[in-house]
Design a protein around this ligand. Structure first.
Ligand code: G6P
Length: 586
């Protein structure tokens, strides 16, 4: 997935586009490009690297004109090369496009176009859109007809913006995000409100199967049958424009630090939705919880706490796996979909499968205007503010707080939780990373880390391993403590580090025994615990925290450890290689 942007207005387009792309860089950051229209001619620049790097090399923002398009790429079809970077011009150079998504039948269309004399410079699926548009425009000389013909031929999931030599901008949406920003004298077309929030907070969320034509201070929105559609303007929360690092070296560090506040805010603005959710859960036949990556780890924790505190059975399902066992969803159940972005294609697909079985959909999202939020029957907000670091940190702890709040309602508040006190304990962990920084230094040259936990601490171990992988590129694996002897013990030697998640709960003594077995094989042990032990080579001391919320806090030192180890390894913690924050392709 990628970010796309288009600008049509009274100001110089290129600097506005570059700014927007910088803000949306979390969506993909291996290459970047901008094209503008000036004097009925399309000018284009693109290069490999992050927005600022490429811009300082080739000055994307110096392109002339008041109309333009831009793109940051996360490679799917074709390597990271300048040719594969967007925008892609059509053969005549009279149309240029930026695209996010996947055109599934591109090989077939490419062959047809090649047979008709078109040639292709890139390995991307996207370039066919530019040439299809050219083909139809040359025949019809009509932008609307051109789009209708083009979208009737392409299959897949896409959002694209096309710029014509005469300065017309057109954008189409089909299962990839595309939002129109409506300013006073200008219009934006963007994958995310971050692309334009600085200029306007009036947004139109296009529906799937709609396209927009922008020309001279007016726009029209049509569907893929060519009919005009009704639309509404939504006011976007300005706080989502607050994407500055402040004094922090990285967004990831800032977002880790924000957690003592975000754990207090989670779900705060959507109390009613939490109550409604608890009600649905109480009466549901079956409860499925789905998500990807970090959000799936939250689903695993949800299963544990629903069962432990409310005696309610819930089944976590990895979103991308559901399509292979759709019969596992029973009719008239509920599906809780957890997603920070609300745009992960796998999660949206899982929800679609759930809906086909008449499930009620509960969304736990950070972005209340996201596709998932709009698909859901009930929407609970994580309310943790924009998360820019690609590896999820504060959104994970916010998701968990929301899940605990649901548990509170499920038990009619019999589970008492003091969130204020919890926030103070989180602050305590955040205030002193000195020891963690020292441990990060020793991880620098390690190639394998295992993270061990039992019970609820096992999904925390999974999330810890995910953070280490994403930020440090060290191979890391979460292991349920008891499984050690069923295989992983064979891997233990003096080159291995094992993090033991070992709170003073019912798992404590068994996990300590595992630690001793590991130590006997020469591996080094990092204990994350509120009790000291001689078995730990390094002890990350946890404060004494109320048992109910304690598991949430366990991830914070590992987020720190992953961050500082990333610095030691000279990797970019905010933008890990090959990853993107919101994966809108399957
Ligand atoms: C990507 C990110 C992960 C994230 C996952 C799910 O893979 O790199 O950090 O956990 O998407 O994202 P979501 O927005 O659906 O929670």
């Amino acid at each position: 997935m990628c970010s796309i942007i288009g600008y049509y207005g009274k100001d110089s387009a290129a600097p506005i586009i570059v700014k927007g792309l910088k803000r949306m860089e979390y969506r993909g950051y291996d290459s970047v490009g901008v094209a503008t229209e000036s004097n009925n001619k399309i000018e284009l620049k693109k290069g490999i690297g992050k927005v600022n790097e490429v811009n300082s090399k080739i000055q994307l923002d110096s392109l002339p004109g008041k109309i333009g398009i831009g793109h940051t790429r996360w490679a799917t079809h074709g390597k990271v090369t300048e040719f594969n970077a967007h925008p892609h011009p059509s053969n005549s150079g009279k149309i240029a496009i930026v695209h996010n998504g996947i055109i599934e039948n591109f090989e077939e269309l490419k062959k047809q176009l090649e047979d008709e004399g078109y040639n292709f410079k890139s390995e991307t699926d996207s370039e066919i859109i530019a040439n299809l548009l050219q083909k139809h425009y040359e025949k019809t000389k009509n932008v609307k007809e051109t789009i209708l013909k083009t979208v009737s031929e392409i299959k897949g999931h896409y959002a694209f913006v096309a710029m014509f030599e005469n300065g017309q901008l057109v954008a189409a949406k089909f299962h990839e995000p595309l939002i129109i920003g409506v300013g006073k004298d200008d219009f934006f077309l963007s994958s995310d409100v971050l692309g334009f929030i600085e200029f306007t907070d009036d947004a139109i969320y296009l529906e799937n199967g709609n396209f927009v034509i922008l020309e001279k201070n007016k726009f029209q929105i049509l569907d893929f049958q060519g009919e005009h559609v009704k639309y509404g303007i939504t006011k976007v929360s300005k706080e989502f424009g607050d994407v500055y690092k402040g004094d922090y070296a990285h967004f990831t560090l800032k977002e880790i630090h924000e957690q003592y506040e975000t754990v207090l805010k989670a779900g705060e603005k959507t109390q009613e939705a939490i109550e409604k959710t608890a009600n649905y859960i109480k009466h549901a036949k079956n409860i499925y919880i789905t998500g990807s990556g970090t959000s799936y780890n939250s689903a695993l924790i949800a299963k544990q706490i629903f069962s432990k505190y409310a005696k309610i059975k819930a089944e976590p399902i990895i979103s991308s796996e559901l399509q292979f066992s759709p019969n596992s969803i029973e009719e008239n159940s509920i599906i809780i979909a957890i997603s920070q972005s609300g745009e992960s294609a796998d999660v949206l697909d899982a929800v679609r499968i759930g809906k086909e079985s008449n499930c009620k959909v509960i969304a736990i999202v950070n972005l209340m205007t996201s596709s998932l939020a709009r698909e859901a029957d009930v929407v609970i907000g994580m309310n943790c503010g924009p998360e820019i670091g690609v590896a999820a940190t504060k959104s994970f702890t916010s998701q968990l707080v929301v899940l605990y709040k649901i548990v509170q309602k499920l038990t009619d508040n019999k589970v008492t939780i003091n969130f204020e006190k919890f926030s103070e304990s989180v602050l305590k962990i955040l205030e002193n990373p000195t020891k963690i920084k020292k441990i990060a230094k020793v991880l620098k040259d390690i190639s394998d880390i295992y993270v061990l936990g039992r019970g609820i601490n096992y999904p925390i171990a999974m999330e810890a391993a995910l953070k280490l992988k994403e930020l440090t590129y060290i191979h890391a694996e979460g292991i349920p403590g008891g499984e050690l002897k069923h295989g992983p013990l064979a891997l233990m030697d003096s080159n291995v580090f094992v993090i033991i998640i070992n709170p003073n709960d019912s798992t404590y003594s068994d996990t300590l025994t595992s630690a001793r077995e590991i130590k006997a094989r020469g591996a080094k042990i990092i204990g994350v615990s509120d009790i000291e032990s001689d078995v730990y080579d390094y002890w990350i001391e946890m404060p004494k925290i109320d048992q109910v919320l304690y598991p949430i806090s366990e991830i914070i030192p590992i987020q720190f450890l992953s961050y500082y180890a990333a610095l030691e390894k000279n990797t970019d913690p905010d933008y890990p290689r090959n990853l993107a924050k919101s994966v809108t392709v399957k």
